[in-house]
Design a protein around this ligand. Structure first.
Ligand code: 76R
Length: 288
C-alpha cells in the first residue's frame, strides 16, 4: 500500500475450504447401482473444476471427528468460488454430507521486504510520501513487482499434490499490550524475515500455501501445509512456536489434518473399505 505502514501483498487463487461430516451408515444402505449413479453425478460436477485452467479442486479424507471430508476449491475469481459451491451443493452426494466449517480466503505472498525496498528507493529519490509523484512511482514499482514471473508461478500454483494436508486459520495478535499491528513496519519486516528463514529449513519437505482472509472469514489467514510425511507438520509448527512471529504474535484456530485423494478414488472413500489414494500420475500433463 502507499501507506508506509502497510506491506504490499500479491494475490492469486481465491480459495474455499469446505468441511463435511459423511453419513457412512446411510451410504452403506444404498444399492450398488444407486451408489454408482451418485458417484458418477458427483464426478461430473467436480471434474470440470479439476480440468479447467481457471480452477482446481482437492479432496481429502480428514482424520478425527471434526470432519470426514474436506473439499478445497481454487478459482481465478471470487465468482468462481460461488459457482463451485453451488455446483457441488446440487449433487446427489450432498444429501449424505453435512456441512461443517468452511473457510474463504485468497492466496497471498507477503511482501515486507519488497515494500520496504520500494519505500527506501522512493525516499532516496526525495519523493515525499503522500505526494502525487510518490504515489505514481509507488504504483509503478508495485506493478513491476507484480509482473515478475517468479511470483506468478507461486500465486497460481495448483493445489499441491502431496499425500498429507494440514489446514488451520490464524491471526496475528491484536492484544492491549502485544499487538502486531501496532509494531513499526521495520520490526514486522524483521520478524517475517526470521519466520521465512525458519520456514526455509523445511524447504522441499513441505509446501505451504498462505491465504489472506481479512474481510472474508473469522481469522486473518488460512494456512495449508502439504507434505509426503505427516510428522513434518508437527516438527515444522513446533519449531515455529519458538520464533517470535508465532510465539508472541501467532493466534491459532482449530487444526484439521488428513489425506488427499484423487477424484477417481471418490468411490473408494465413500465405500470405506480402504483408504483412498492420491494418484498423482492421473493429473500429469494438465494445464499448469
Ligand atoms: O513466501 C516465502 O517463502 C517468503 C517468506 C515467507 C513469508 C512472507 C514465509 C515462509 N511465510 C511468509 C508469510 Mn509462512 N508460515 C505460516 C505458518 O504455525 C505457525 O506458527 C504459523 C503458520 C507456517 C507453518 C508457515 C510456514 N507465513 C506468512 C504469513 C503472512 C504474514 C504477513 O504477511 O504479515 C503467515 C500468516 C504465515 C504463517 N512460511 C514460510 C512457512 C514455511 C515452511 C516457509 C518457507 C517456505 C519455503 O521456503 O519452502
Amino acid at each position: 500500500m502507499r501507506d508506509p505502514n502497510v506491506p504490499e501483498s500479491l494475490e492469486g487463487w481465491w480459495i474455499l475450504h469446505r468441511m463435511y461430516a459423511f453419513d457412512r451408515l446411510a451410504w452403506d444402505e444404498l444399492a450398488q447401482s444407486v451408489k454408482d449413479e451418485i458417484v458418477a453425478d458427483a464426478l461430473k460436477a467436480l471434474k470440470p473444476f479439476k480440468e479447467s485452467k481457471d480452477s482446481d479442486v482437492g479432496l481429502a479424507q480428514m482424520v478425527g471427528h471434526k470432519a470426514d471430508l474436506m473439499l478445497t476449491h481454487y478459482s481465478r475469481d471470487y465468482d468462481g468460488l460461488a459457482h463451485a459451491q453451488m455446483a457441488f451443493d446440487k449433487t446427489k452426494l450432498a444429501e449424505y454430507l453435512t456441512p461443517g466449517i468452511s473457510y474463504t480466503s485468497i492466496l497471498e505472498l507477503g511482501m515486507y521486504e519488497a515494500t520496504g525496498k520500494i519505500h527506501a528507493a522512493l525516499a532516496e529519490q526525495g519523493l515525499k510520501p503522500g505526494s502525487p509523484e510518490f504515489n505514481e512511482a509507488f504504483d509503478a514499482a508495485v506493478k513491476k513487482e507484480e509482473l515478475n514471473p517468479r511470483h506468478a508461478s507461486r500465486v497460481w500454483a495448483r493445489i499441491p499434490e502431496r499425500r498429507y494436508v494440514c489446514f488451520y486459520p490464524m491471526d496475528k495478535r491484536r492484544g492491549e499490550d502485544v499487538n502486531w499491528y501496532a509494531l513499526p513496519f521495520e520490526e514486522r519486516g524483521k520478524l517475517m524475515l526470521e519466520h521465512g528463514k525458519i520456514g526455509r529449513t523445511y524447504h522441499g519437505l513441505v509446501t505451504q500455501v498462505i491465504s489472506g482472509s481479512i474481510g472474508f472469514d473469522t481469522y486473518e489467514w488460512g494456512v495449508d501445509l502439504y507434505a509426503d510425511d505427516p510428522i513434518v507438520f508437527k516438527k515444522l509448527i513446533y519449531t515455529m512456536r519458538f520464533d517470535e512471529a508465532s510465539s508472541k504474535y501467532g493466534v491459532f484456530g482449530d487444526f484439521y489434518s488428513g489425506l488427499q485423494f484423487s477424484l477417481d478414488q471418490l468411490a473408494t472413500f465413500l465405500d470405506g473399505n480402504e483408504v483412498p489414494k492420491l494418484n498423482v500420475l492421473e493429473t500429469a500433463g494438465r494445464p499448469a
